[in-house]
Design a binder for this molecule. Structure first.
Ligand code: SF4
Ligand SMILES: [Zn+2]
Ligand SMILES: [Zn+2]
Length: 311
């Protein structure tokens, strides 16, 4: 198959827009979609600090590399890489090495925040203490909290996340299926500022997962292929399968899910919409209840771990 824009062989097909692209035009198109989304989600940003959450996987590797290249033309913008170490043996140590390798190759500051140091808990410790639970529920909540505080510590004006089109389409569908409009409103990318929360943006929002992977491979970015040992229990796996099947049958469904979210929020939101959170009475972070979910989980964790005599 030929590239639509030149005589070269195509390396990717894009059924959702009926296109085929060679390596050069594909790479240009990823950069262009990133640039357009960044500009849309973060308009007129010309000075300040951009933190990029880097897990060591392909998505955040591409988000970091493209952020570094995009802001390289603006010397008044500082880019910092942040990684959370949740304490997951057999997975996190290798990804930390990759994240550090990438940040060093891009000549960027890299900060690692450890759940054990900051919160006194680890995901492995919790999974052991609560064998019947899905670790992603507390692990994801704590990671968001740690990233937010690390971004604040770094003086960041914005936090870039590596979510791709598939990730976001799955999250939109999950929130629809759970009738959770509040969470739909809180998910990245953020339309407006929420007090206490460094705004999160997702400039890879229009790039499908397999294209992010292909771009990372073609650019030779260091990333780890490992999968978290706790991932098997996640509800997201079901939604990943459903979104994949919908996209196969009806190309463009993922983009439509994202547009549905935006249209619903546009219809519901004012600038100070009713979803604007208050503050947690324990940690002071944004919260829709008296205590944030992170502190709720920590209370349960600490009481159980103290009873059990360790983390
Ligand atoms: S898969 Fe779940 S447990 Fe593993 S790092 Fe992600 S959120 Fe945490
Ligand atoms: Zn071409
Ligand atoms: Zn709290």
């Amino acid at each position: 198959m030929r590239c639509d824009r030149c005589p070269e062989d195509a390396v990717v097909d894009q059924p959702y827009r009926g296109a085929h692209l060679c390596e050069r035009h594909f790479s240009d198109s990823v950069r262009e979609r990133f640039r357009r989304e960044l500009h849309r989600q973060l308009p007129k940003f010309s000075h300040g600090t951009v933190a990029v959450a880097v897990s060591g996987g392909k998505d955040s590797a591409v988000a970091l590399a493209l952020s570094a290249s995009y802001f390289a033309r603006r010397p008044t913008v500082r880019v910092v890489a942040l990684t959370v170490d949740e304490g997951i043996e057999g997975y996190r140590p290798a990804t930390l090495v990759r994240a550090a390798e990438l940040a060093t190759s891009l000549d960027l500051e890299h900060r690692v925040v450890r759940s054990r140091d900051r919160l006194g808990v680890t995901t492995d410790g919790m999974a052991k203490a609560f064998p019947g639970t899905v670790p992603c529920s507390f692990c994801g909540v704590w990671r968001r909290r740690l990233l937010n505080s690390a971004a604040k510590d770094a003086g960041a004006d914005v936090l870039v996340l590596g979510f791709n089109l598939d990730d976001l389409a799955q999250t939109v569908l999950m929130n629809f299926a759970r009738a959770d409009l509040a969470r739909m409103r809180r998910m990245a990318p953020h339309g407006h500022r929420q007090p206490g929360l460094v705004p999160r943006i997702a400039p890879l929002a229009t790039v499908p997962e397999r294209e992010v992977y292909l771009y990372a491979r073609l650019r030779g970015l260091p990333f780890d292929h490992g999968e978290c040992p706790h991932a098997g229990a996640a509800a997201r796996n079901v939604y990943r399968e459903v979104v994949w099947r919908l996209e196969e049958a009806f190309p463009g469904t993922r983009h439509a899910l994202l547009r549905s979210r935006e249209q619903i929020l546009d219809a519901l939101d004012g600038p100070d919409g009713e979803g604007a959170p208050g503050r947690c009475i324990e940690c002071g972070e944004p919260s829709t209840g008296p205590r944030c979910r992170s502190c709720e989980y920590l209370r349960v964790a600490r009481s159980t771990l103290i009873e059990a005599g360790g983390s």
